[in-house]
Design a protein around this ligand. Structure first.
Ligand SMILES: [Zn+2]
Length: 269
């Protein structure tokens, strides 16, 4: 009896192993799971970036399994990333948007499979500050995360990007002190980004963090200011956050105990 009972067990183990391996190696299958989950995936922490940890954590090829929409940066802090409709762009320090290849890596990014839960009307003439005040009144879900997409025509958009850095990497505030900025007037495009609750301090950017890409996908950057002309705002809520931390000596050596709130405010503006 004993040898007979062992055979089905061995077969079951082999089947489990094969299914497990296939699930891990089939990106399509995996991204379907992520898609249904509506999970915000974040790479590293904002304080690690403020501390100058600009080494890539995962490839863009792998990041695509976690979202088709989002923002971030590149190895060495080489520009601003915008992901929209599954297309990933790198806006370099010249303000120009370049396509992102799967082998490029990111030290910090936030992505989601964007699936709008709500559309909220936004008026002509609304600027970034007014937009934040308006949404804090319009949105009840202040303690969960949401992705925002503002698509249309803007009377004005001001963005910045950052030049790629060499090791030893300087802290983010030193890099952004000399950031190139770009201004767009009467421009068609999309603002892509996220709202994070205040309690994420240290982990991500509390409040809004937005990037912009023009409709012709040729330019953009990290949003500093905008004025809406005729645009549609869609919001995708999520109560699930997934974090991919760097598994490196540098990350574990970094002092993440002190508050970098003021540094962040300086670096984001
Ligand atoms: Zn940014």
């Amino acid at each position: 009896m004993k040898p007979k009972a062992k055979i089905p067990l061995v077969i079951a183990c082999v089947i489990c192993l094969v299914v497990g391996i296939l699930a891990g190696y089939l990106p399509g299958y995996y991204s379907d799971i992520q898609n249904q989950g509506d999970i915000l995936t974040q790479v590293s922490t904002i304080d690690a970036i403020l501390g100058g940890l600009y080494d890539g954590v995962i490839t863009y090829g792998d990041l695509k399994d976690y979202g088709d929409f989002g923002i971030g940066t590149f190895e060495g802090l080489d520009g601003e990333m915008v992901a929209l409709d599954g297309n990933f762009y790198q806006i370099k320090a010249d303000g120009v948007a370049y396509p992102v290849t799967d082998t490029m890596t990111t030290p910090f990014a936030c992505v989601i499979f964007f699936d709008a839960d709500r559309e909220i009307p936004v008026g002509e003439g609304m600027n970034y500050t007014q937009f934040q005040d308006y949404l804090s009144d319009a949105i009840q879900e202040k303690n969960i995360f949401h992705a925002v997409k503002i698509e249309g025509t803007f009377g004005y958009v001001k963005t910045r990007s950052v030049p790629g850095q060499e090791k030893p990497y300087p802290p983010l505030v030193e890099v952004t002190a000399n950031q190139p900025t770009f201004e767009f007037n009467d421009i068609e495009g999309t603002i892509v980004g996220f709202y994070c609750p205040d309690y994420v301090e240290g982990l991500n950017v509390p409040g809004y963090h937005l990037h912009f890409i023009t409709a012709d996908r040729k330019a953009g950057g990290h949003v500093l200011e905008f004025i809406i002309k005729d645009a549609k705002l869609s919001v995708d809520y999520t109560s699930e956050l997934h974090i991919i931390l760097p598994d490196t000596e540098e990350f574990n050596r970094l002092d993440l105990t002190k508050s970098r709130k003021e540094e962040l405010e300086e670096a984001e503006k």
